[in-house]
Design a protein around this ligand. Structure first.
Ligand code: FAD
Length: 386
């Protein structure tokens, strides 16, 4: 090993993001954690403006639109530090994935969409899951049928996080229902097209994701909005979103770390049976054990992001990091809530929102079972594992 750990530049970035988060996101974070999506969207406008000013919406976007390259380890650092302070904030988010999909469209579409997406005047989100199929991404039934220079889309996507505030959504459709995953094509669908109906979903957490249900009823869309070749959608989804799982994992670990800090501080103030609760090993060892697990999970995440930055294969690592980190976060936050006692169970305390958020991320970007299936297939062989 020639070196192990973050570079000096990465440590500096972490300090800068930490300072930004504490100064700009700390005030009001608790209030925002209790808001419903629509109210949260309004309350976050000022934060969005600051994020745009920082240039985070231009990360890994084409130079033509003011974009600049940044490593995925660095993107992980930004997300981790922001989400320790305020998990409702979309820091860099899926802008790189949005950019990758948008670049498959003609130049005039790119020129129309890149500038307002970068300034966050417009938003974009991804919809692959539907009532008929979630884990089985190839089992979708939403159809796109060619009609001259257009396609006609019929179907629904649920959940489609972000749709209530999005000006466009990228969705998977079947263009050849008989061809399994080879019959899937992606489309960039402006949400103001006739036939698109968006309804908010009542989720128990993750208000910042703006959970939505979207129906497509005879939506006529010009063929130029097809993302890539017909039938290549499945591969694009898998390739584009692989590393985003790690960002999800790190945002969960950020919530776990914030909960560890809260519980540690509480344990040094709260007394029971005449002693600080931190003096009981039943409390202090729990903190020590969860800290160990969180650090192990962080190492998995950052190694996976590093592999991506080296251009090396990281599919197994990505799936390991996703299921393990979310599980570690769920267990950590749950136990830290118990250390804080009944105040931690109150909606007035951020820990209850963190727990509801990470529970949801067991599903978002693929369930633990699906991650383990990916790992097992690659390790043991698909022919045996199935
Ligand atoms: C916070 C959050 C964010 C999300 N973000 C998005 C998003 O941005 N875009 C989007 O399109 N969707 C999103 N989703 C939806 C998410 O991707 C799906 O919920 C997830 O893929 C699982 O699909 P499903 O809910 O339909 O469950 P199903 O696929 O119906 O699975 C039900 C259960 O069966 C298990 N199962 C299924 N197949 C197997 C198998 N072969 N072996 C073992 N077990 C199996 C699953 O693990 C699960 O426990 C999000 C969901 C949440 C909660």
């Amino acid at each position: 090993m020639s070196g192990f750990g973050f570079s000096e530049e990465q440590e500096t970035l972490r300090e800068e993001v930490k300072r930004f988060a504490q100064k700009e996101l700390g005030p009001g974070a608790l209030e925002r954690s209790r808001m419903q999506p629509a109210e949260l969207h309004e309350a976050s406008r000022d934060i969005d403006r600051k994020i745009v000013e920082l240039g985070w919406t231009k990360i890994n976007v084409p130079e033509k639109y003011g974009g600049y390259p940044l490593g995925h380890v660095e993107i992980g650092i930004i997300h981790e530090e922001v989400h320790k302070v305020d998990p409702t904030v979309e820091a860099v988010g899926g802008m790189e994935a949005t950019s990758a999909l948008l670049q498959t469209l003609p130049q005039d579409v790119q020129d129309e969409w890149f500038p307002p997406l970068i300034t966050r005047e417009r938003r974009h989100s991804f919809g692959f899951t539907e009532s008929a199929a979630g884990s089985d991404a190839a089992g979708i039934v939403t159809k796109a049928v060619r009609d001259g220079d257009d396609y006609i889309i019929n179907g629904e996507k649920t959940p489609l996080p972000g749709a209530t505030i999005a000006s466009a959504v990228s969705i998977s459709t079947k263009t050849d229902p008989s061809a399994g995953f080879k019959g899937i094509s992606l489309f960039w669908v402006p949400t103001d097209l006739p036939g698109v109906t968006i309804t908010p979903l009542p989720w128990m957490g993750n208000a910042g994701l703006h959970p939505s249900f979207v129906t497509f009823d005879d939506v006529r869309i010009p063929a130029k909005y097809r993302e890539g070749e017909e039938g290549m959608g499945f591969y694009t989804v898998m390739g584009t979103l692989d590393w985003l799982r790690i960002i999800v994992a790190l945002t969960c670990l950020a919530r776990a770390q914030a909960s560890l800090t809260d519980a540690m501080e509480w344990s040094k103030e709260r007394k029971a049976f005449g002693r600080l609760i931190a003096s009981y090993q039943g409390v202090s060892f729990q903190i020590a054990e969860h800290h160990t697990m969180v650090e192990a999970a962080r190492l998995l995440c950052y190694r996976t992001l590093w592999l991506k930055d080296q251009g090396k294969a990281h599919t197994i690592e990505s799936s390991m990091a996703k299921w393990f980190s979310v599980e570690v976060s769920v267990q950590c936050i749950k136990d830290m809530m118990v250390i804080i006692g009944h105040p931690g169970y109150s909606t007035e305390h951020p820990i209850s929102m963190r727990l509801r958020d990470v529970l949801g991320y067991q599903l978002g970007d693929g369930t633990p079972q699906i991650q383990k299936m990916i790992i097992a297939r690659l390790m043991i062989g698909k022919a045996v594992v199935g």
